[in-house]
Design a binder for this molecule. Structure first.
Ligand code: GCO
Length: 474
């Protein structure tokens, strides 16, 4: 194993950054401190053991789709290094690990015959985690739809929703006695809008109207899968979904800007939240996007709003908007009718160009608790890309990521003190990995991956996180 760096190295950090800082108190026992990954971003081995292509295998082959034409064919080679990676998690003192299951590994055609070897990989992963006392959190869909299903219409057809529920059943029958936390979908806003309207993610379409239909079938698939999981799994099993949130802030006090905040919030946060928790779409969504609502069948919204045990929150940054002046709004039929401000002079940014705004995490958690009252909340992703430099030794000094994590963990503790029923926190990500259209150019890991050798080096942020977790009550 090529693991370097040891958690006790934190002693060389300034005391305020080590595990015995002020942050150590205040978190409930049993809080799930973890890290997250997803199948296509780390596994590689895309043609092995009976796996069939997903829409991402196809999309990456499109000229110009991915920075420098790279793919997830090898990625962090996790499929072959699973044991080593779980050993790393143990060194990091993780209590939980959120991973995703690749649908085309388990059901190469999307439906029909089960690929035993694919399922066996995830079973081995789960058993290896449990042997180390790490709680597995399984995500069923992190964007890798089997290409065979795309050929039958993908998320644009209703049948895919039922196919997803059947797939959930296959996985649950095998792993349901050991996996207590299930996440149906990861960030449906991204699979829908980035994939169908902006064309920057698979399947690479450019049609807002199609995004609405795909989004509806994804929501329906979530509801059907939730019902299927409930019927198969022990009562104490926790079933939820992970949404990505961008709390929206006003750049000024003008009425147009205040209206823009509502519009952006509907689009970016409430599109998926309202159907899930209120069994209705926010009507303003369709006006704002200038599209027609999805075609609903009688029970769709009730199925979509099947009660959840928890809501997963992926949080990276906020959205700052300014309303268009009445004249320019009238002169242009362009939607949306607001401007998103990308740079705030006094703010700091990550390597993704995302503003570092930890208050937004507290704001979204308290708001969700107040307005939607999920039974529990879990931060299923939070983290930052920064340019990391490894000089061939045993360390990577990433003080910016370390500081980002501290600030966001402080925000968690403020949310907890406001009675938010928060159960855990997953850093995105365990490892540097394939950042979709930006390929390997953005590093989010607690652990550095040298892609030419696949060597792993724990970054300073990982060492800090390990010592921080160790300082928590069990
Ligand atoms: C997402 C996905 C992850 C990303 C991460 C950083 O949130 O987009 O869940 O796959 O890699 O968020 O962009």
């Amino acid at each position: 194993m090529s693991i370097t760096g040891r958690p006790q190295d934190h002693r060389s950090f300034p005391a305020s950054l080590a595990g015995d800082s002020d942050l150590a108190g205040g978190f409930p026992p049993g809080f799930l401190w973890g890290a997250a990954t997803s199948a296509y971003q780390i596994e590689g081995a895309v043609r092995e053991d009976g796996r069939a292509p997903s829409i991402w295998d196809r999309f990456v082959a499109r000229p110009g789709a991915i920075l420098q034409g790279q793919t997830g064919e090898v990625a962090a080679d996790h499929y072959h290094r699973m044991e080593e990676d779980v050993a790393l998690m143990a060194l990091l003192n993780l209590r939980a690990y959120r991973f995703s299951i690749s649908w085309p590994r388990v059901l190469p055609q999307g439906t029909g015959p089960v690929n035993e070897r694919g399922l066996a990989f995830y079973e081995r992963l789960v058993d290896t985690l449990l042997a180390r006392g790490i709680e597995p959190l399984a995500t069923l869909y992190h964007w890798d739809l089997p290409a065979a299903l795309e050929d039958r219409g993908g998320w644009l057809v209703r049948d895919t929703a039922q196919a997803f529920a059947d797939y959930a059943g296959v996985v649950a029958r095998r792993l349901g006695d050991r996996v207590r936390w299930w996440i149906t979908h990861n960030e449906p806003w991204c699979s829908t809008y980035l994939g169908y309207a902006l064309g920057i993610h698979a399947p690479g379409l450019h049609d807002k109207q199609l995004a609405i239909h795909a989004g509806h079938h994804i929501l329906l698939s979530h509801g059907l899968a939730t019902q299927c999981l409930r019927s198969l799994l022990p009562r104490e099993t926790q079933v939820g979904i992970a949404l990505d949130f961008y709390p929206v802030y006003a750049a000024d006090e003008r009425p147009e800007t205040l209206a823009a905040v509502q519009e952006a919030d509907v689009f970016r946060n409430r599109w998926f939240l309202d159907p899930l928790f209120r069994a209705e779409y926010p009507e303003a969504l369709f006006r704002a996007l200038d599209v027609t609502p999805p075609t609903l069948q009688a029970n769709d919204l009730a199925v979509i709003a099947t009660p959840l045990d928890f809501l997963g929150v992926n949080y990276y940054s906020r959205m700052l908007v300014r309303g268009a002046s009445p004249e320019s709004a009238a002169a242009s039929s362009r939607k949306p009718s607001y401007e998103v401000i990308e740079r705030v002079p006094e703010a700091s940014y990550t390597d993704m160009g995302w503003e570092i705004f930890p208050e937004g995490l507290e704001a979204i958690l308290t708001r969700l608790h107040r307005e939607y009252a999920p039974k529990a909340l879990l931060v299923t992703e939070n983290g930052a890309a920064f340019e990391d430099h490894w000089h061939g030794g045993t360390s990577v000094h990433d003080w910016q990521r370390l500081h980002y994590l501290q600030l966001h963990i402080e925000a968690l503790s403020r949310a907890l003190s406001q009675q938010v029923p928060l159960k855990g926190y997953m850093v995105w990500s365990l490892l540097d990995n394939f950042e979709w259209a930006l390929s390997y150019s953005k590093r989010f890991g607690l652990v550095y991956v040298d892609y030419s050798t696949q060597r792993r080096i724990i970054k300073d942020s990982g060492l800090w996180y390990a010592s921080f977790i160790a300082a928590q009550r069990r």
